[in-house]
Ligand binder design. Sequence first.
Ligand code: SF4
Ligand code: SF4
Length: 519
Amino acid sequence: MCPGTSAAVDQHEVQSPPLIQLVREAKGASTSPLPLESGSSGIPEPDDEGPLYVARRKVYPQRVKGTFRTVKWIVLCVTLGIYYGLPFLRWDRGLNAPNQAVLVDLPNRRLYFFFVEIWPQEVYYLTGLLILAALTLFLMNAVAGRVWCGYLCPQTVWTDLYQAIERWFEGDRRAHLLRDRQPWTIERAARSAAKHAVWFIVAWWTGGAWVLYFADAPTLVHDLATFEAPITAYLWIGILTFTTYTLAGHMREQVCLYMCPWPRIQAALTDEYALNVTYRYDRGEPRGSVKKNAALRASGQPSGDCIDCYQCVYVCPTGVDIRNGANLGCIQCGLCIDACDGVMAKIGRPARLIAYDTDLNIRLREEGKPALRRIIRLRTVFYAAIISAVATIMLYTLTTRSSEGLNVIHDRNPMFVRLSDGELRNAYTLRILNKSLEMRAFELTVDGLADLDLKVVGDTTTTGRTAVIAVGPDQTRELRALVGTYSSLPPGASIPLTFRISDTETGQRASAVDHFRGP
Ligand code: SF4
Ligand code: SF4
């Protein structure tokens, strides 16, 4: 007999919805999708007019083996491996630059990502990255629903890890359920304490890894161990330890249901062709025991493949019964597919009674038409095109960006001064950027006025309208520049001035435009 038959159902926390019974009886006449049963597992539906919050009913997800479980283990190992290991990866940028592959250097206001170095003036690259991330999420959603939620979201990954640790100490679903219903014993307390201790260590290590992205990792590890690290490092480790322990250890599916906006956004973005974890009720209903279904089949009566064993519900990390249809609580991790495939294999029925499919295909199959797979459609092409365009523009600007820059700001008060010798003078603040890792000298020139006179405060190289300014490697240099003229200007004059810098060795240039103001 398949694991978990009707006897096992008694132990399940989720009530069998009466609506399903009606569907079973009506099977054969209906061509519409299975009606949604609202909140069958205490989880509110998008259209549910019930309470905004339902007290949490603890979920005891059962261990499961199968394709999607394996994929999830691989994703978990890769993503956590990257997160914990990346700060220790070295990247040789030469002298005068940190050799950590990924580093957010807040004191020097730099972001290093392998060969890319982002300056504060180039924060638009981060905006581009956010746009890319959002569009990729939309594309994933258009192709296969909440793939992000089921496999890649940090909340899912850490919750998966915490559940694995919990199973290690508390046993699988049945053992854990039984233990929780028994009075406290020394053994139970010891198991619980050990579980929470390991959860805490994982949370602490998660917070520890986070701060390593903001300083040289090996040095910071040493400083943390010898209590010489800045207090902010300990503070952030504490905050991340608390949030990881709370969100992954205790709140789990509540985060997806009540805190995360993506399920709501995703529901508004999806269409009928997006693949979702779907119970193929056209094949599964009317459900019944193995014997009953076999008898019905033998007598030529309608019979489904679902034997109502609840294995798909037992393994669900959010406690959803996918047979009730689309549900906000379903993160589409595919574990119910693995569980049901295992059941189908045991009772000798074809796999994928639950599968990545669409309700549209169910209707088509019921009408005797072939199923539709439309991955290439207007919205997926649109998302892919925008992703390609944004990625290409970002790549182009990254590979062709200059290693020098110039910013000019005109003094606001006063806008101009008239000196005793009749010279009209404007003052500017200049910032010269040297993004290369070598010391450079730039020739500064100003154009726009016929008899222009440039003075750089504190610089002795200024002659007429040029000056030579040295800027250290990977640094900026701020200057005060005074531009004067003896020419008479029209009333209210605002004459464009072009400030230029030119590398005295390579000739690489940058420029900026501001205005010369008169009375
Ligand atoms: S869908 Fe599959 S796993 Fe779920 S109750 Fe039916 S037979 Fe069991
Ligand atoms: S219903 Fe299935 S796919 Fe959805 S969260 Fe539960 S196990 Fe994962």
